[in-house]
Write a protein that binds this ligand. Sequence first.
Ligand SMILES: CC(=O)N[C@H]1[C@@H](OP(=O)(O)OP(=O)(O)OC[C@H]2O[C@@H](n3ccc(=O)[nH]c3=O)[C@H](O)[C@@H]2O)O[C@H](CO)[C@H](O)[C@@H]1O
Ligand SMILES: [Mn+2]
Length: 399
Amino acid sequence: MKESSTKKHAPALLEMCTMFWDTDTYVLDIFIFRSIVVAAAIFFIYKYTENTTRYFLAILLFSLIVIVTFADSYFCRSWLQSGRRGGTGNISIECRHSTQEDRRELKCDSLDEQPVPSLPSISYEKPNIMQPQSSEVMTVTPWLAPVVWTGTFNRDILNKDFERKNCTIGLTVFALGGYWKLLKRFLESADKFFMVGHRVIYYVYTDLPEKVECITTHTDRKCKVYKTSSYDSRIRVFMKRMEILQLDIKSKVINVQYLVCADVDLVFHNDVGVEILGDLVATVHPDYYKNDRGGLMYERRESSQAYIPGNEGDFYYQANFFAGTVLEIYRLTKSCDEAIKIDDSKGIIAVNHDESHFNKYLLYHKPTKLLSPEYIWRRDLPVKPEIKTIRIIHGEKNV
Ligand SMILES: CC(=O)N[C@H]1[C@@H](OP(=O)(O)OP(=O)(O)OC[C@H]2O[C@@H](n3ccc(=O)[nH]c3=O)[C@H](O)[C@@H]2O)O[C@H](CO)[C@H](O)[C@@H]1O
Ligand SMILES: [Mn+2]
């Protein structure tokens, strides 16, 4: 009962708190205002009241001053600190009793901790808002995520913008069992085409570290090799990836801002740069991108955690190349790992293994950027007019 009545009055009280505590003129205004009120009350009490009433009113006035002081220093402070004002909950409350100048200075300090970065000047053709980026393909999804195709971005602008963020990009790859043989070609092609000019850490997971030669020709790149257990089936391997990734992000073994997760049977054939980065980025599968919902390879058994009903689905995404901030990749890998384990406990393996769970996650947690099939093509697929630049080829299992 008490709680609901507090909630009912919350906006008005909050507004009052904000007025009292979040203005530079607070100290002066409130001091003058209260002094006038108290002085007027004392004048009134002494001029117009008799002895007994006078004492009673004096005690009442004193109690009121105590209650008001207590109320605004306690409630307003905790309300503001809890951020209920929305967005600016980090205001420097500590300086509430200091002078006006101190308050202003401290407030500015917290806002100006990060200088405002600006883009260096670079020359490029003026963007024309009347010119559609493509008449052939979708460049923005219905939830306003860009779809990256050749011709939709200017890498120079993106590179300059990314440099000022001073971020490191991680590239994870698993090479267990016989797959260690694919690693050399994968890393060589990444060295040549992946995020050239940016700080990169390769995170290589293998059960055979002694066979792995992790080299890079760039001075701003590191390679970290981690030993894993061996698994008796390849399905186990790609299910385990989700578990290993989420654990290593959580324990900060993987410690970067952006993470790109790749299969080892990928070979980079053209530049793949910061245009692929975003909060949560998935690649559209080259086999199914023209199919309607019925033709997408989702898990259709209700018994599986990866189940997607027939009337739902956006695109079929490939689990062999995805990217995002570490936070988003953590959420994705953790959710997929949990779903895989629930299925496992019931003896269920989703139709496309980790990829089915990956697609389920992305249906309900929409990617903020999509990569066109140009980013993961396959050698055996026929040439298509919309595929202008094949950037990565997948399924390269022969060395
Ligand atoms: C037909 C089929 O099966 N497709 C699955 C498989 O496609 P793929 O044929 O792409 O699977 P894959 O053989 O490339 O295995 C996936 C990745 O796991 C790693 N790996 C796998 C096995 C192994 O013994 N050692 C090892 O290191 C390696 O990085 C490899 O690239 O993988 C996808 C996940 O990306 C999906 O789950 C697909 O359903
Ligand atoms: Mn693969």
